[in-house]
Design a protein around this ligand. Structure first.
Ligand code: PRX
Length: 631
């Protein structure tokens, strides 16, 4: 949908709230359905039970591929830029992408993958990753993409939770100067995964890999054996499209479930609306497809709208801090969608790399994943957008499927560090601790959504109760986001950060309980408590307070041992930035750790720790403060 003025936004927004079903039916009508829905929406937030476009039949890949072939078959669908700047980029037109997806869908079928089966994808950022995702969708298999930074144990947990039948991977991945041995990690993971029957391995880094007879197959061999066309499986709107695991406040990541019809409508609608995408523009989202941002804004959103999406294998600072700008100039990128962490890390290299680039192709900028501080916002605006590109600071979550609160480029105002206004169809509310809705402006509270939207999660895989408890039980009849938020005097929303035990490190969600579990697996650790603290580049860093009575040799080595353990258990992305060895933790008499105190200490603000008299041993606080100062 394209909205052209602020007036029009207000009108459309009003209609979307007053007549939500008409509003969403109008958007859904712009997609290709084999059979239209019987009912737009049925819902309750108490079970929860949410159904969009019930009775509708479709296949999302017909929307992302087939429907563009006639007019735009030769238009680039995916442009791929390698990690290595010397390597040629690759362009897949819609026609070519369609054929590759069909072929790979036939490979999946040949290997007995059927509608409803779960497939785990653990791949580098190469076009074949998008092909694998779409091939699953083509035949109605449910993909579960796992980010390349997760460990074998994390992958095994995810594979077992979803009972995946097949794994798609590669020999390895390049990320900046590093190589990741993906197949080796998968081999370790699969020791404990009896549900997996086959592994399809793409050659990419050409590192030697073990290939197990009867289980492991080469991607390149398999696609030679199949037809170039694969009919799309007819799916119900509410059939499962994918599972994506994300961290919460308990130790175990949960599999967020999205369904075909609603997710497609929402990803496509938000993409075309907020970014103001114009035909023939190049859209560049720097996320990894292992996260929701990549699912919605590298693959499904852009392709459903017939857009050209740029996929970048590397990192913004490799081989030089000018790389991201070189990619923008090389491909004449029009819309650049990135994360505050990337912006802050690039800022750290000074203005020379960015000011030396042309960047005149840019028209719209976007930010996602974490609050963007004002300094980074202004730098992005001045040095990248040259003060002529609106910045859409998009707030959303794995669970929401697509953007929720965000400026609409050229239409609604922007405001540094504010996600600003809800997109039409999104009904945010702020509530106090008791769940009372806070009316009016210039207020803050916990952010909830009071009416369903098509892209919302339907359940958490295999555990509906968990979905209910996490999102729909804190406040009656509301979806609870886990975020704190303020609404300023003008009614603009600013996300202030998580209010639960989730930390946001470089835009990646990590549960403190998960990190604690991993640390506690180290043989020498008695107990630990993990909190977030402000970090100049990553937004938040991970601070671990650890009881470790008998360190082997020096403390530094013991710290490294703990980091190694966390890397093994979760992956390098969850490694604490700081580890403080302590003799005790501040606990209430009932044994609950007072994280509030630890957070303050981690922030370096010990002037006002509040009432600590209720602690079992108040003396432990002084010891921790003392040690923290020396760290
Ligand atoms: O705390 C919010 C933060 O990221 C969380 C969602 O993380 P995840 O599911 O991994 O999805 C990230 C990509 C959508 C939110 O609960 N967050 C996301 N976008 C913003 C944000 N915080 C502030 N401003 C944003 N624009």
């Amino acid at each position: 949908m394209q909205i052209n003025s602020f007036d029009e936004y207000q009108k459309v927004y009003k209609q979307s709230v007053e007549q939500p079903e008409e509003f969403w039916a109008g958007i859904a009508d712009t997609f290709k359905w084999r059979k239209k829905w019987d009912k737009v929406l049925s819902w309750n937030f108490s079970e929860p039970n949410i159904k969009w476009f019930e009775g509708g039949k479709l296949n999302i890949t017909e929307n992302c591929l087939d429907r563009h072939l006639e007019k735009n078959g030769d238009k680039p669908a995916i442009i791929w830029e390698s990690n290595d700047p010397e390597k040629d980029s690759v362009t897949l037109t819609y026609k070519i992408l369609h054929e590759q997806v069909c072929r790979f869908a036939n490979v999946l079928k040949k290997n007995h993958v059927k509608k409803g089966d779960r497939v785990c994808i653990y791949m580098p950022m190469v076009p074949e990753l998008a092909v694998a995702v779409l091939a699953c969708a083509r035949i109605g298999a449910v993909h579960s993409v796992v980010f390349g930074g997760f460990s074998a144990k994390s992958i095994a947990d995810r594979i077992n939770d979803a009972q995946c039948k097949l794994v798609i991977t590669a020999d390895g991945a390049f990320r900046g100067a590093k190589q990741i041995q993906l197949k080796e990690v998968i081999d370790d993971a699969l020791i404990g995964c009896p549900s997996v029957e086959k592994v399809i391995v793409l050659t990419h880094t050409r590192t030697p890999v073990s290939m197990l007879k009867g289980r492991d197959l080469w991607f390149e061999d398999e696609i030679k054996l199949v037809d170039t066309y694969c009919p799309a499986e007819e799916m119900d709107a509410e059939d499962m499209l994918f599972i994506l695991y994300t961290s919460g406040s308990t130790g175990k990541p949960k599999g967020v479930v999205h369904t075909v019809g609603g997710y497609m409508v929402y990803a496509g609608y938000t993409f075309s609306t907020a970014f103001n995408y114009q035909p023939d523009e190049i859209f560049f989202c720097t996320a990894d497809i292992g996260w929701i941002t990549g699912h919605s804004y590298i693959v499904y959103g852009p392709l459903s709208q017939g857009a050209t999406t740029l996929m970048f294998e590397g990192v913004p600072t490799y081989p030089t801090p000018a790389r991201l700008w070189e990619v923008v100039d090389k491909h004449k990128v029009n819309i650049l969608y990135t994360a505050p962490t990337a912006i802050r890390s690039l800022m750290g290299f000074g203005n020379e790399p960015v000011d030396g680039a042309d960047l005149s192709s840019l028209r719209v900028l976007g930010s996602v994943g974490e609050p963007i501080n004002e300094e980074a916002w202004h730098w992005f605006d001045e040095h990248v957008g040259k003060k002529k590109c609106p910045i859409v600071d998009t707030w959303w979550q794995t669970e929401t499927g697509g953007l929720m609160i965000s400026p609409i480029a050229f239409v609604t105002p922007t405001k540094p560090s504010y996600a600003t206004l809800p997109l039409p169809g999104v009904q945010p509310v702020l509530v106090d601790e008791q769940g009372n809705i806070i009316e009016g402006n210039d207020v803050s509270g916990n952010l909830c959504i009071k009416f369903p939207w098509p892209g919302m999660l339907r359940t958490t895989y295999g555990d509906h109760e968990r979905c209910k408890l996490t999102y729909f039980s804190t406040y009656e009849n509301l979806y609870f986001t886990g975020d704190g938020c303020l609404r300023d005097a003008d009614g603009y929303y600013k996300i202030t950060g998580r209010v639960d035990d989730v930390i946001n490190v470089s835009g990646h969600r990590i549960g403190t309980a998960e990190v604690e579990n991993a640390i506690n697996m180290h043989a020498g650790v008695v107990e630990s408590a993990v909190v977030g603290y402000p970090h100049d580049v990553k937004g938040q860093g991970i601070y671990a307070f650890v009881i470790f009575p008998n360190p082997h040799s020096d403390a530094d080595l013991s710290r490294k041992d703990i980091l190694q353990t966390v890397t093994r258990v979760i992956g390098a992305i969850a490694k604490p930035d700081k580890i403080l060895f302590v003799s005790g933790l501040p606990k209430t008499r009932s044994g609950k750790i007072m994280r509030r105190i630890l957070r303050k200490i981690a922030e370096g603000d010990t002037s006002n720790l509040g009432d600590i008299s209720t602690l079992q041993d108040p003396g432990v606080v002084d010891e921790i403060i003392d040690k923290a100062r020396q760290l």
